[in-house]
Write a protein that binds this ligand. Structure first.
Ligand SMILES: C[S@@+](CC[C@H](N)C(=O)[O-])C[C@H]1O[C@@H](n2cnc3c(N)ncnc32)[C@H](O)[C@@H]1O
Length: 163
């Protein structure tokens, strides 16, 4: 389901591990984080990466544009952005979201309930706007024990099927 051309968004990109993966697949990437030092060091010479330094939680309205063919959010949770993420996808675009859920406090941080998804939360948040391709939740053991949710969803019909 992952597209091979177009503009992608890596939200709260950190060191840019997903930015790098999407660049390898031929996508241009907008990489956003409040701390962009690692991104600037890693992608300074890559014209296919637009680095945006921004505090995503400062109340500024969504200004990252739309028509993203892919959006990746990993290990970051800011619920007020859920609607903007769905809206920012191009038709057929894919959202890949993975972060910690309730139960993770048994394993370490994050343990603050504000940063932990409730059971089914990603599914319930995005199912009205997007078509869910895959969803899982529970305990993983690799790369270390954690409680996670993972969602893969597209805007529009499932890939390969007519509208
Ligand atoms: C656990 S790291 C995940 C990085 C990356 N997504 C990954 O999985 O490798 C969380 C990232 O969210 C960023 N972050 C946390 N709060 C933020 C905020 N309010 N605005 C922008 N970025 C934020 C941090 O700077 C950090 O890079």
């Amino acid at each position: 389901m992952a597209p091979r051309a177009g503009r992608a968004l890596d939200l709260a990109a950190g060191g840019g591990r997903h930015t790098a993966l999407m660049r390898e697949r031929g996508l241009s990437v907008v990489a956003v984080d409040r701390d962009t030092a690692a991104l600037r060091e890693r992608f300074a010479s890559d014209p296919g990466v637009e680095i945006v330094a921004r505090d995503l939680e400062d109340g500024t309205p969504w200004s990252l544009g739309g028509d993203f063919v892919a959006i990746v959010v990993a290990n970051y949770l800011y619920r007020p952005f859920f609607p903007a993420l769905a809206a920012a996808l191009a038709p057929g675009g894919a959202l890949l979201y993975e972060t910690f859920m309730a139960g993770n406090e048994r394993f370490g941080k994050p343990s603050n309930p504000d940063f932990l998804l409730r059971p089914n939360e990603l599914l319930d948040a995005f199912r009205p706007a997007l078509t869910v391709i895959a969803f899982e939740q529970g305990i993983v053991s690799e790369p270390r024990p954690a409680a996670l949710q993972r969602l893969a969803a597209v805007k529009g019909p499932p890939p390969g099927l007519p509208d």
